[in-house]
Design a protein around this ligand. Structure first.
Ligand SMILES: Nc1ncnc2c1ncn2[C@@H]1O[C@H](COP(=O)(O)OP(=O)(O)OP(=O)(O)O)[C@@H](O)[C@H]1O
Length: 265
């Protein structure tokens, strides 16, 4: 584990270029909205079949980082490589087609469409598949997300757990090799978490690279191989998940913060 105080230079495992075997390499990412710096010089990497967790207080810059990787927002500085190719300036739709999928913190399905139709949108437009293939990919995504039994249910009538699963299925339908999860467990009950954890672990074990932002740390720790903690746009610690959570740097970040659920750093 490497760590440094929030005010110091971020200390990260992966800097420099072209990590062998890395699926995603982000190097020196910087992003600010006016005076608000959401990424100062953030570097991280994910390999196929590896899960990286990201924690940090509200406003740390976690979701923004996913936006930079997907291309929803442009970086101010830094480089993003996917499968060895520089995608830093690539449009978002091309990144999706290359194999970068994501879920959103607040699921916003097409409420009037069925669950299947929602997922079909992902496989048709995200993966660019023709109808027959898109159908197959949608069913496959529903199965992985454990939603097949609700395929014909209008998305607007789903409870939160199933909305989260639909969000996951929509992302899976784009055939991602890298899956970015933004608080997929947020709002779920303790009773609902184990099955979701199992699903995400299976996706990772199938060879997909996973980046999972989550405040429910005990859920995260059951899946992720490495953990990165962000605060105010800086990496404060990264490495072995339990060591990161036990580090003084992370404790300092969370001192008095109500953001973290289920784990005392
Ligand atoms: N499009 C935007 N325009 C202006 N400010 C933004 C924009 N997007 C994010 N911010 C600001 O950047 C900071 C980081 O936001 P971000 O959503 O990345 O944090 P986060 O770590 O994901 O927080 P949370 O845990 O609450 O989801 C916040 O102060 C937020 O208000």
């Amino acid at each position: 584990m490497t760590s440094s105080p929030p005010s110091g230079e971020p200390s990260v495992e992966a800097s420099g270029s072209a990590l062998r075997g890395a699926l995603l390499e982000a190097e020196g990412l910087a992003k600010a909205f006016g005076q608000v710096v959401t990424a100062r010089s953030v570097s991280f990497h994910v390999a196929p079949g590896e899960a990286l967790g990201i924690v940090g207080p509200n406003g740390a810059g976690k979701s923004t980082l996913l936006n930079l990787v997907t291309g929803a927002q442009p970086v101010d500085a830094g480089t993003i490589r996917f499968d060895g190719a520089d995608i830093t300036r690539m449009p978002a739709a091309r990144r999706t087609a290359l194999g970068i999928g994501r879920t959103f913190q607040i699921p916003r399905p097409f409420e009037g469409l069925t669950v299947f139709e929602n997922v079909l949108v992902g496989s048709t437009f995200g993966a660019g598949a023709r109808r027959k293939v898109a159908d197959e990919q949608a069913w496959q995504a529903l199965e992985t997300a454990d939603l097949t039994h609700l395929a014909n249910t209008p998305a607007g009538s789903l409870r939160l757990l199933d909305r989260k699963r639909l969000e996951l299925a929509r992302a899976l339908a784009t055939q991602p090799r890298l899956l970015l999860l933004d608080e997929i467990a947020g709002g779920l009950t303790e009773h609902e978490l184990p099955a979701l954890i199992e699903t995400i672990s299976a996706i990772r074990d199938g060879g997909t690279g996973v980046v999972w932002i989550e405040h429910i740390v005990h859920a995260l720790l059951q899946v992720v191989d490495r953990l990165m903690c962000l605060a105010q746009g800086d990496v404060v610690a990264t490495g072995d998940p339990r060591e990161v959570m036990a580090s003084d740097a992370v404790a300092a970040v969370y001192l008095g913060s109500p953001d973290l659920e289920g784990e005392t750093p």
